[in-house]
Structures are given as C-alpha cells and as structure tokens.
Design a protein around this ligand. Structure first.
Ligand code: ADP
Length: 253
C-alpha cells in the first residue's frame, strides 16, 4: 500500500458560465510522477491553481500532503513548490546568487551550502558564476527548478515544464524531473505534449471537457485501444492515437 500525496474528490470550478472542472477525481501516490494531459483550455492550470491554493474551488475537496487545500492553505503551501510558466529567475544575478537569494528568503541556515548542493544536482556548477541572462533555455529552466526546490518541499507542481524549450533542453529537463522522483519527490505535471507524458509519467490522466475521461499507466491506457493488425505486423498505438481515440469516442464521432 502506497501513501497518497494528492487526493482530488469531485472538484468543480466555473468561471461565470464556463464550467471548467465538472467533477474531477484522481489520486497521486507519493514518489510518483503523475501527468495531467489535456488540450489547450482543458482546465489544467485551473486545477493546479486550486491544488496550490492560488484559487478556490466551487465544491469538492483536495488534500495535498495530508492537508485540505481549503481549510489548511498555509500547510499546503509549505508542502509544495510550483514552477513552469512562472519563471522566478533574476536575469542580472548569477545562478549561484539566485539560489542564495531564495535560500535567504526562506530563512535557511546555510544558504551557500544549499546553493552549492543544488548547483551540483542540476549540473550548473560550471555556470554558477555567470549571469542568468547568459544561460540557455534549458539551463534557465533547470535553475528555475533548482530555485523552486530550495528547502526541499515533498511535492512539486510543474505547469507545462517544457513549453517553449527546444528538443535538447526538453530532454535535459525530463532527466532532472526523473531524478527528483527517483529521490522520492512526488511530481504532478501538466502537459499538452503526449510525448512528455509518455516519457516521464508513472501514471497519466486525461482531462477533457471538465472530467478525467481516462487514467492509468501507459500500458493500461494502451489496453483501452486495441492494436490494429497491419499486414501481419502488430502495431502498438502511440499515446497520441489513444488520446484521440478516447476523445473521439467521448464526442461520439
Ligand atoms: P489549460 O491550462 O488546460 O490550458 P486553463 O485552466 O488555463 O486551461 O483554462 C481553462 C478554461 O478556463 C479556458 O477556456 C480559459 O479561457 C478559461 N479561464 C481560465 N482562467 C479564467 C479566468 N480567470 N476567468 C475566466 N475564464 C478563465
């Protein structure tokens, strides 16, 4: 039996007439990578905002690290870090200075040591004394991730971690995220890239029209979509085909 890091029960959220979340349910096990997959506008960011206490749900409940987001928001915030679209890197500071600044803001006792450990872990030691403005996209995203991990919260929320990165930088970020999960961190990421979910996630949930319409391991999702026989060669479906098939079924096409 695994411990549960995140539990979402019948979550609803509307903006005026727009019902974005219409009863969302899922659980994320501690130490796993969970991908929330959905098209643009599906409600992924809305869900992340509720789970990180930036937005209140209309009804339903969410428990993060054992704390209810509605009644224990401060405890929830102490349990998590959030990164992705909201890059916090200060361009005029070096990589090391950025990390030390965050460590000081979080009142850690040994900011220099914390910074050095994170620089090593994220492969930024050689670039530590260069201004962040000289970093590549992948290095900057790694620095942003490192900054969000100062103080080692147990749960990491990544909102579209590789949006805007080139393929090489994307692979860099993926390997960092895998390493964090190997060290026991729970990761919930949102993505519109099927390949990202396929590469990274232990479990994948597809958010569509306000609900989770399918969830499971990649193997389980593939079973929902039987392989087609193509001239005696069995073809394995890609996650993209599964995604489109499930959405198509749902829309009755
Ligand atoms: P995703 O992250 O999956 O792209 P979002 O959660 O950002 O989706 O948005 C879901 C839907 O809600 C979109 O149609 C978006 O335009 C709408 N939306 C998001 N935020 C607001 C807001 N503050 N007010 C009104 N509509 C919003």
């Amino acid at each position: 039996m695994h411990n549960i890091a995140i539990q979402v029960n019948d979550l609803h959220k509307s903006y005026k007439n727009l019902d974005v979340l219409q009863g969302v349910n899922f659980t994320v096990e501690q130490g796993s990578i969970f991908a929330l997959l959905g098209s643009n506008g599906a409600g992924k960011t809305t869900l992340i905002k509720i789970l990180t206490t930036l937005l209140k749900q209309d009804s339903g409940a969410a428990i993060v690290n054992g704390f209810d987001v509605a009644s224990k928001p401060a405890h929830v915030r102490q349990s998590l870090s959030l990164t992705g679209q909201f890059a916090a890197v200060d361009e005029i500071l070096t990589g090391r200075e950025n990390l030390i600044m965050v460590a000081r803001l979080r009142h850690l006792k040994q900011p220099h040591q914390v910074a050095n450990e994170l620089l090593t872990r994220f492969g930024l030691t050689d670039a530590a004394n260069r201004k962040a403005s000289t970093y590549s996209g992948g290095m900057r995203r790694r620095l942003d991730l490192a900054m969000s991990l100062v103080g080692t919260p147990p749960i990491l929320f990544l909102d579209e971690p590789s949006t805007g990165l080139d393929p090489e930088a994307r692979i860099e970020v993926w390997s960092v995220v895998k390493g964090l999960a190997d060290d026991g961190m729970t990761v919930l990421l949102t993505t519109q890239y099927l390949e990202e979910a396929e590469q990274l996630a232990d479990r994948i949930a597809i958010l569509h029209e306000g609900k989770i319409i399918a969830s499971g391991t990649l193997t389980e999702l593939k079973k929902l979509f039987p392989p087609a026989e193509v001239e005696y060669v069995e073809k394995q479906p890609t996650l993209e085909e599964i995604f489109l098939a499930i959405i198509g079924k749902k829309e009755g096409k």
